[in-house]
Write a protein that binds this ligand. Structure first.
Ligand SMILES: [Zn+2]
Ligand SMILES: [Zn+2]
Length: 333
């Protein structure tokens, strides 16, 4: 199969012809249609996540159809369209797994990091961690739901019943959860790179109440702030924008160091927390709500051999919505 391979961190991906993995017990082999790009892919390429299984096929927002089902699979059949998320496997027996927190599993394996992902013509995945894709979505438009949507949804949940939600970093995830937050009756305040009028306009078009630069002071205090940019400086900035009792939720897997800040901006029962990975229940819940909103994803397609360009566009912040590597789209809108 053709695959874009990461041979060594700090280098570009290279197109390679490699033998596809055989689906093991409980696994599916998928014909990949589309795989959306996530900022985590950049952190893997750049070496900020330090233990990838090299050489590696990146990509953990895979939409494909089942080509072969391994022994013991009962949840999916040949021809079914499924999605593969970041959480690829858990042990099911550690104290985290046994308490509904499989996202924190000590032995978890992640798609496109610990095992090969979707920047390839074929992929294998544990059937128990695959999701059915809602019918109304094309392959291309469904792909960003699988991490941008899902981790964004988990981050939004961590804000509790916050009415006024700030979102710092208005990329793939933000454009999806803005729609969910509005559907839930919340107000969204969008923070972009300073001077990025085009993205601010995009946020307003999606229903944000207000949009400005990351250093701007919003017109109202926020009940919660979700930080989706990997920039630690945003944490004290967001804290200063919070009302008492508010929470800053850091939704990314990697962030630069958070600068020291005075205790009085945390005082008043404000809190800071991270969101790590996702549970299968998050996925089921999000894929149930997405068509009801209905969430519409904005996508920029790239061919498989343009995966490096796709990564660059996310790095530069030049994509409106989500960059998606399209391998072989079978279902269009
Ligand atoms: Zn991701
Ligand atoms: Zn576990």
């Amino acid at each position: 199969m053709r695959a874009m391979l990461l041979r060594s961190q700090g280098e570009s991906l290279v197109m390679a012809d490699i033998p596809p993995a055989e689906p093991g017990t409980g696994e599916l082999r998928l014909r990949v249609h589309a795989c959306a790009v996530c900022r985590t892919d950049l952190h893997i390429v750049d070496g900020e996540l330090t233990e990838p299984e090299l050489p590696l096929v990146l990509g953990h927002q895979i939409v494909g159809t089942v080509e072969q089902a391994g022994e013991g699979v009962t949840s999916a059949r040949v021809g079914d369209r499924v999605g593969v998320p970041w959480l690829g496997w858990t042990d099911g027996e550690c104290r985290y797994c046994r308490s509904g927190r499989e996202n924190l599993c000590d032995r978890a394996r992640f798609t496109g990091y610990d095992r090969d992902g979707g920047y390839a013509e074929l992929a294998t995945a544990d059937a128990r961690f695959c999701f059915p894709i809602p019918d109304g979505y094309s392959d291309l438009q469904a792909a960003p739901l699988l991490c941008a949507g899902l981790i964004g949804f988990r981050s939004l949940r961590m804000t509790g019943d916050a009415e006024r939600v700030g979102i710092y970093g208005f990329g793939s995830s933000a454009h999806i959860i803005t729609q969910v937050a509005r559907f839930q009756g919340r107000s969204v305040f969008a923070f972009t790179r300073p001077g990025d009028a085009e993205t601010q306009r995009f946020a307003l078009d999606l229903g944000a109440e207000w949009a400005g630069g990351s250093a701007d002071v919003p017109p109202e205090e926020l009940d919660a702030a979700i930080i989706l940019a990997p920039v630690g400086e945003l944490v004290p900035i967001a804290l200063r924008a919070l009302a008492k009792g508010g929470v800053v939720v850091c939704g990314g897997i990697h962030m630069s160091d958070i600068p020291a800040f005075p205790y009085d901006i945390l005082w008043g029962e404000r809190s800071i927390r991270s969101v790590a990975n996702m549970t299968r229940q998050d996925g089921l819940d999000f894929l149930e709500i997405a068509p009801k909103v209905p969430v519409r994803t904005y996508v920029e397609p790239f061919a498989l051999d343009q995966a490096n360009e796709a990564l660059d566009s996310v790095r530069k912040g030049s994509v409106r919505g989500s960059a998606v590597v399209v391998v072989k789209e079978a279902r269009s809108a």
